[in-house]
Design a protein around this ligand. Structure first.
Ligand code: PMP
Length: 401
């Protein structure tokens, strides 16, 4: 299968050069099948879901609920009502931070996050802590970018209410040992939330074998449209948690005296969801299943090993995140040059990378750097593109030092 040809956006030039898209950790491009799913929804099916008495509403509802089942299978959740559709990882984490903390966090309690979290897995907990009088504790990590699990054991105490960590760091690429973290946490009866934004498109995710209590991810980082994401939560916990937002589909009965709430998952899906984007997510899951997640992982590993090996030849290069278990994210600096200068010059050669703090300012503080240049690969990238990237850096490096 010629996977690349399924992505129309890649077939273009920028500044007269063929586009090389290495900004996949920020968002992936979309295959034609996902674009077609959106188009087809709006040309043949558009209708508000649930409770509709007519043909289009019933059909749109069926397709929406089929996607929920497809997501359940994709991450091997036990029940489809444990799958809640959101706008993305950030909204999923905010949902849990607001609702879980309202129910379980009391004055003086603690939430543990890691030092390598995206701001989306820090700030929602800070907001909840500010509101309810809680405190954040932080798991440190080594120079290589590996979490210190001994430190985690020492951070846990009788006041710990939840541990929130990413499966994969968007800046360092480290794959964190989630099953091990869950084991430690559960031995103290502490639930674990996993930010899966950077893992979901790169490896098989099985929430039951990981054992985590919440798993959050965004569609747009796994070949699906922007505007849709998932919050998986274990039924027992979701049943205990209050609604996040009010209105629309989340109610059972409303009176001015008292409102009762709908059952799972609708309790957490207030208002009209982004139905077309949800259907696009189904097409993206179909695409990933067609490729095979293990094939995707193997291809990306080949690209990452190939790129890392050649990058080592660039004079003055410094890598950030060299853990043995990594996804296809490479963060680096060339000498003391500012990452933005490298990114801008690469851009003029048609190569899209991300520069800056990648919404992980605490990581930058940890290494005392302003930011990094980040190249991140997806299933459609090629060795030839990496060759051009290396040639470009070889040209750029001497100009900047
Ligand atoms: N967590 C991680 C690890 C991420 O990489 C990102 C996106 N950069 C997010 C959370 C937030 O995702 P979104 O913007 O799609 O909500």
């Amino acid at each position: 299968m010629d996977i690349r040809s399924l992505f129309p956006i890649l077939d273009q030039t920028v500044y007269g050069k063929p586009l090389i898209y290495f900004d996949n950790a920020a968002t992936t491009q979309k295959p034609q099948s996902v674009i077609d799913a959106l188009n087809s929804y709006y040309t043949t099916l558009n209708s508000n879901i649930h409770r509709g008495a007519h043909y289009l509403a019933a059909k749109a509802t069926d397709c929406y609920e089929q996607t929920r089942e497809a997501v359940r299978l994709f991450i091997n959740a036990k029940h489809s009502h444990e799958i809640v559709f959101t706008r993305g990882t950030t909204e999923s984490i905010n949902l849990v931070a607001a609702s879980f903390c309202q129910r379980f966090l009391n004055n003086g309690d603690e939430i543990i996050v890691s030092g390598m979290e995206h701001h989306s897995n820090i700030v929602p907990w800070q907001l909840a802590c500010e509101r309810l009088g809680g405190h954040l504790r932080v798991i440190p990590f080594s120079d290589e970018g590996i979490l210190d699990l001994n430190a985690l054991e020492n951070l846990i105490n009788a006041k710990t209410r939840l541990i929130a960590v990413n499966h994969v760091s968007n800046t360092l690429g480290t794959i964190n040992p989630i099953a091990e973290i869950v084991k430690i946490a559960h031995s103290h009866n502490i639930p674990v939330l996993v930010d899966g934004a950077q893992s979901i498109s790169h490896m098989a995710v099985d929430v039951q074998s990981l054992g985590c209590d919440f798993y959050c991810f965004s569609g747009h980082k796994m070949y699906a449209p922007m505007g849709v994401g998932v919050m998986y939560g274990k039924e027992e916990l979701l049943n205990e948690m209050p609604p996040y937002q009010g209105g629309g589909e989340m109610i059972k009965e409303v009176t001015f005296e008292k409102t009762t709430y709908n059952e799972l998952p609708f309790k957490f899906e207030a208002g009209t969801p982004s139905v077309g984007d949800v259907l696009g997510l189904k097409a993206a899951i179909d695409f990933m299943n067609l490729c095979g997640i293990d094939n995707i992982a193997a291809h990306e590993k080949m690209l990452t090993d190939y790129a890392s090996q050649q990058l080592r030849e660039i004079e003055g290069i410094r890598f950030f995140g060299v853990a043995p278990h990594k996804t296809s994210v490479i963060s680096f600096l060339i000498g003391d040059t500012h990452p933005y200068d490298v990114g801008t010059l690469l851009d003029k050669l048609g190569i899209a990378v991300r520069t800056g703090h990648h919404c992980t300012q605490p990581i930058m503080d940890r290494y005392k750097i302003p930011g990094t240049v980040r190249a991140s690969f997806a299933v459609y990238n090629t060795r030839e593109e990496i060759d051009l990237f290396i040639q470009a850096l070889q040209r750029i490096a001497p100009m900047l030092q």
